[in-house]
Design a protein around this ligand. Structure first.
Ligand SMILES: [Zn+2]
Length: 306
């Protein structure tokens, strides 16, 4: 770690009560990264049209061509005591075969992470889902001993873009392979679902930014307090290796929209000197960005994660 990064790291990111959590002060808000579970995904799928010799220099693959991924969920604690969680990781409802494919542990790292902060899922007031793919929404519900799937965060409102909900629940074959409705259908049944349309103020200092692209109703989250601001990028830019406009995922539903919206959002982050927060980067959860002639944007101050 260079001296500059070490200084920034100490100033903004102090080790919390758990090795797996990292905390940042953003004005009066306390932001803590909590793992929703590590896993591995196919490197080719993560980098789309980018040739392997290029992406492998950034993120080496294992013998099965998989690259390491985090699910960096973000806990926002406001001065009035309300607690908001952005994304929930993939949860626990998998077969042994699926666990082996993705190299997923057989426990909830998210609940473990909350526990080490002295919290349980019932202490969360609001859950914002960037989108409804399994690795973001799967941890929001759990299977009870009666076999029923129920919301894990029993006292929380769950915030989802209406466009995302409609596509994920439509049941049409081109979408049903991408969305597992059992991960979120229970939210409507329990009355805990709140749908938002486009850009919206979700709570004081927490704003939804509809990006689409990766999925039809994908949203990034802007957190602002005083002069400080951060953007949880979600899968519009899943790792710091995806900063160049053309480096997109094969999972993106509309890759042209991702290129456009990502470039717009990253430009705003640079211009407004905001922190950028990554959902899937397994090495660094937060970064300061700047523009770059060759790679469009670079992360020049990275903050260690997990
Ligand atoms: Zn994802």
């Amino acid at each position: 770690m260079s001296p500059l990064i070490a200084i920034v790291y100490r100033a903004y990111y102090t080790p919390s009560r758990c090795e797996q959590n990292r905390t940042m002060q953003l004005g009066d808000f306390t932001l803590t990264t909590i793992s929703g579970g590590r896993f591995r995904l196919d490197g080719g799928a993560m980098f789309g049209v980018v040739p392997k010799p290029l992406w492998e220099r950034c993120l080496p693959a294992d013998e099965k061509n998989r690259v390491p991924m985090a699910t960096n969920c973000l806990l926002i604690e406001a001065p009035d005591g309300t607690r908001t969680l952005i994304d929930t990781g993939y949860g626990t409802r998998f077969t042994d075969k699926q666990r082996a494919i993705y190299e997923m542990p057989n426990r909830s790292e998210l609940v473990d992470g909350l526990n080490t902060l002295g919290l349980t899922p019932s202490d969360i007031d609001m859950v914002i889902l960037s989108h409804l793919h399994f690795d973001h929404a799967g941890g929001g519900c759990q299977q009870n001993i009666d076999g029923q799937v129920r919301p894990l965060f029993t006292n929380a409102q769950y915030i989802v873009q209406r466009r995302e909900w409609d596509v994920a629940m439509c049941g049409e074959s081109e979408w049903s392979a991408i969305y597992d409705r059992s991960n979120f259908a229970c939210l409507a049944e329990s009355g805990q679902l709140e749908l938002v349309d486009g850009d919206a103020e979700i709570a004081a200092g927490i704003q939804a930014r509809l990006t689409g692209g990766h999925s039809p109703g994908h949203q990034a989250i802007v957190i602002q307090n005083g002069n400080e601001a951060a953007v949880y990028l979600g899968d519009i830019c899943p790792t710091w290796d995806h900063l160049p406009m053309m480096w997109c995922m094969a999972y993106d539903a509309n890759v042209v929209d991702v290129r456009r919206e990502k470039t717009k959002l990253l430009g705003e982050i640079v211009d407004r000197q905001m922190w950028a927060l990554s959902d899937h980067d397994s090495r660094h959860a937060a970064a300061r960005l700047s523009r770059d002639k060759r790679r469009d944007f670079v992360a020049d101050t990275l903050v260690e994660s997990l």
